[in-house]
Design a protein around this ligand. Structure first.
Ligand code: ZN
Length: 267
């Protein structure tokens, strides 16, 4: 469990979530110690990896039902015919940049999850840096409005090394890797995000527990790495579960459900 240290208020202005299906959704993230009526003390980011076409479309539509932005992390070359699935959980169809541009235009966050989904702890630092650079270049060329300095790089397998992390912090806004699920409230200097995950079976029970853990704390930012829906990918959840979960979370005044980049953009 994360040690949540007392800290100064960090989220202190209104955050625009963006256009969702033609409706502008705004969410107030007031100063957490200002005593305002609906302080968002518990931030929840469900960080969907691997870019499965079917699951990404379904995830986006469920988020849109609640006027929320989904957090979708995709592999730069995952849609190409020569892409080699790194494991048995990734053999289903990936979306392409036509779909990622569409989902981004609909208000969702689409962020990099590697050039080819390599585990960067098993290759030399220079090779890992080269793959990250190629990934960011690919996104810059193919995803409208993508800027590395505003990107969250989501490590494949949540695997990184201290040397790579130090370098990554100079390349992107922040990066997500393995570690505790509950992060401290974000600050301007926040670069390293850590996340929880569960698999290969259903992630639902484990996710529920992480949310309970978060809500038992005075404040915190739960970043939970998820994948596909309805049996797709590693550690999937049912679409009906996601729908009901968002419905429940939206009813909790202290909770904000946001993609990671939007959280950091809002501080
Ligand atoms: Zn992955």
């Amino acid at each position: 469990m994360s040690a949540i240290k007392p800290m100064k208020p960090l989220i202190n202005r209104r955050t625009m979530i963006g256009m969702l299906g033609g409706v502008t959704a705004t969410l107030a993230l007031p100063n957490i110690v200002s005593g305002k009526k609906t302080p968002k003390r518990h931030i929840i980011t469900l960080s969907f990896d691997d870019g499965f076409k079917k699951s990404s479309l379904l995830t986006a539509s469920i988020y849109e039902k609640y006027k929320l932005s989904a957090c979708i992390n995709v592999i730069a070359t995952g849609h190409l015919s020569n892409f080699k699935s790194p494991d048995d959980y990734q053999v289903t169809e990936k979306g392409d940049f036509g779909l990622w541009n569409e989902l981004k235009a609909r208000g969702h966050e689409v962020m990099p999850h590697g050039y080819k989904h390599a585990n960067k702890t098993t290759i030399p630092l220079r090779d890992a840096q080269d793959l990250v650079s190629r990934c960011l270049d690919f996104f810059s060329r193919n995803l409208k409005g993508f800027e590395p300095e505003k990107a969250i790089f989501n490590m494949p397998y949540n695997a990184s090394t201290p040397e790579l992390e130090e370098w990554l912090a100079t390349q992107v806004l922040a990066f997500r890797t393995g570690g505790v699920a509950i992060n401290e409230m974000p600050q301007k200097k926040t670069k390293k995000l850590t996340c929880g995950a569960f698999g290969p079976g259903s992630t639902e029970e484990h996710l529920e527990q992480q949310i309970k853990n978060l809500l038992a704390l005075p404040q915190g930012w739960l970043i939970y790495n998820t994948h596909g829906l309805d049996g797709e990918g590693w550690g999937p959840m049912r679409s009906t579960f996601l729908d009901r979960l968002l419905d429940r979370l939206m009813a909790i005044e202290s909770v904000a459900v946001l993609p990671a980049g939007k959280v950091l953009e809002g501080i």
